[in-house]
Design a protein. Sequence first.
Length: 308
Amino acid sequence: MDMLSLPTVLIVDDDRTSRTVLADLLYGECRVLLAKDGPSALQRVREEPEICLLLLDIAMPGMDGYEVLQALHANPRTAHVAVIFISGLNDARSEEQGLLLGAVDYVVKPIRPAIARIRIRNHLRLIAQRKELERLASRDGLTGIANRRSFDESLQVVCQLAARRKESLGLSMIDVDFFKQYNDLYGHPAGDDALRRIAQVVASFARRPYDLAARYGGEEFVLLLPGVPDLDHLLERLRTDVMALGLPNAGSDVASVVTISIGAVHISAGGRHDPALLLEQADAMLYQAKHQGRNRVVSGAYASTSRF
């Protein structure tokens, strides 16, 4: 099995033998990472966002397991990581404290390998189910690409990331031209199919980790592309690729097939980005594209204050 498809588990214990025993226990079922103390565990979680579960010792020098768990929960970026305490503290008070702090389970050393493996598997299964529910919640039910909620969350993150890395950023708003007329002529099932096919074309331009194609609502889509050097050229390709689908639209005033209008704003590398202002300006560019006759790309440079 591809290691990238396996769940990632971080084992945190100051005792090398304990780390080895747990790592051997999960061999072939997980991608296993190791840390020997609390600070290095927290750094590893920050560096490896795919970590979904910590097997965490409590009695460690410097920073104990309880403090590690509290630090994880205090950071919104790591609060989702599940923790199972694997501890030599076998009194009820220690176990109660660990569970009250938010651990999903508490396993006492020396572990019984078969039982520990089953309990870890059960929690990994629950984590996988939760991730699948989150994935479904972030998808648009009709087109299968990201939905408005997912876009709103990603826009905040990508703007912060682009500003921190001093990277350029492009945001495009896309509207299907004369879509009401298309629905009236060909019916809503045909309209739904058209949106699905257009969504797949839009999504084909979002290939990198922080790229995002989303359905914004109705017949509108958004495309978020950090670090693209020639945004206008790429969007012109997107426009022609949608036309190349060859979806007939006798209700269009601009072409015999379905077309799109695109409004885009690009930010040069460096500076701070206001997500709401960026979205406002992309929407204004889309309005201009439609006002100028549709089936075209209109773009502009981001302004740090509203011009519209």
